[in-house]
Every structure is written in C-alpha cells, then in structure tokens.
Design a protein around this ligand. Structure first.
Ligand SMILES: [Fe+2]
Length: 260
C-alpha cells in the first residue's frame, strides 16, 4: 500500500504571481508526473490547495489534476482554502461533503486507513479543532482500533521548531494529544503548512510534514524567503512486515545530467 502526499500547492489564477512563490503550476505538473511513475494507491493533498480559495483558482487546480489520470486524489483544505468554493468546483468529490463541521473523511485500502481531519478555520492562520471535529475523530478512531492508520491534517500539532509557526495558536491541540495517545493505531500524523519536510515524535506517534510542491520556503530564516531546495512530496509505504516507512522525494526543475 503506497500513499503519496502532496501539500501547499498554492495554485493561483493564470498570470498571477507571488514574489516568494513565482511558479506553482509547473512544479505541480512535474510532481504529479513523478508520482505517476511510482503508481501509488492514492494521493492525499494536505491543504493550501490554492492561494486565496477563489473559484478561479480551484478551477485551475482541477484543470491540472484532470491531466493526471493515475490514482485517486483526495483533497483536504488548509488555512488558504475556502470550503464552499472547493466543494463547488470539486462537486464530484463526495467525501468533501460528509460533514457540516469541516472536511472530515476516512478511507481504507489494503489494511491501511487514512483519517483526514480538517484543522483549518477560514478566519485564522493557526490550527483549529473544535469539539465537533474532535468528537468525529474519537468516533472514527474507535471504529477501527486495530487498523494501522495515517492521520492527515494541514497544521502540524507537534513542535516544528519554526518560530513563526509556533507563535500561531492551535485551538484544540491538548485535546488532540489525548486522543492520539489513546489510539496507538495511529502510525503517522502527516501534515503540511510549514513548506518544509520535518519529523518529530509526539504523543506516542511520529509526526511528519511534507514540503510544498512549489519551491521550498526558508522559514527558519525568520523572514519569508525562497530556499534553494526544490519542492517535492512524501511517499508513505505500508507493509505488514516493515510497518510504515516515509520517504521524501524532491522534484528538481530540470533533470540533472550525470557525467562520468
Ligand atoms: Fe501553505
């Protein structure tokens, strides 16, 4: 069972540029091509699908994703997204409408479960888990206590060491911590938001963040700036004998020619 994770695509309207993320569509095309070669069972996108959550941006995202005809893609919103516009453009993604409390869904394939937990509130940058979402998570995890599970969300609840992110309040973090501790079937918490790959142990499991598919941001520098590293994605591979392994794959703008 192979799950590919992409994150923080920040897709914008055609012709619109941001100084710190000038190119976002082409890197996403390249990332999807690289993923296609690995034939994952599914792809999960952990938020900030678009820059401003407009209908035009989701339409452009849809156009890009439509060119990819491989594995099913599941979309989870981040703080830059807007649920109603997302649901309206991706009208055929039924799981987006499972709940009125946010985008909350679970998928199960070949003895691995992915539980997707909406951690975004449209009025704030930091994480937001109210009682309704936490209650949904409790119930969902109690349904399959023995099935290895990936918990996917946009905001990392674990420490990242990035000052600007640590300063953002995360509502419901302590309650989430108790839930995660009580459910050892959670093998990984997979997030985005920080545009950098990192890992940390938290509440009896391992939390990881995916890089952005667009060029990486140098968030550790204190100021928002482009880093030299290309974007990329994560592969989470589950096998009964080895458990869950996570690999980072960078997607370079141009293939590097190797000479002897
Ligand atoms: Fe982002």
């Amino acid at each position: 069972m192979i799950v590919a994770q992409i994150s923080d695509m920040h897709i914008k309207r055609r012709g619109h540029f941001l100084h710190h993320m000038p190119h976002v569509a082409r890197p996403l095309h390249r990332t999807l091509s690289a993923i296609a070669r690995l034939r994952p069972d599914c792809i999960i996108a952990t938020g900030d699908l678009t820059e401003a959550g407009t209908l035009a941006e989701y339409a452009r995202l849809r156009e890009i994703l439509n060119k990819y005809t491989g594995s099913p893609i599941y979309l989870l919103p981040g703080n830059h997204d807007r649920r109603e516009a997302l649901r309206s453009v991706f009208w055929d993604h039924q799981y987006l409408r499972n709940s009125a409390d946010g985008v909350l869904f679970a998928i199960e394939r070949a003895s691995l479960r992915i539980v997707a937990l909406d951690s975004s509130d449209e009025r704030r940058a930091g994480g937001y888990l109210d009682e309704a979402r936490l209650e949904w998570l409790r119930r969902c995890l109690c349904e399959r206590p023995n099935t290895p599970t990936i918990l996917a969300m946009h905001h990392p609840p674990f420490p990242t060491g990035i000052r600007s992110v640590e300063r953002q309040a995360f509502l419901g973090r302590e309650a989430l911590e108790r839930i995660v501790r009580a459910h050892p079937q959670i093998r990984r918490i997979v997030c985005g938001h920080v545009h950098q790959p990192l890992a940390n142990a938290w509440s009896g499991t391992v939390g990881v963040t995916a890089p952005s598919t667009a060029p990486t941001l140098a968030l550790h520098s204190g100021a928002l700036a482009l880093s030299w590293e290309p974007g990329g994605f994560l592969i989470h591979r589950y096998e009964q004998s080895t458990g869950l392994t996570t690999t980072l794959i960078r997607v370079a703008a141009k293939p590097v020619a190797l000479t002897a």
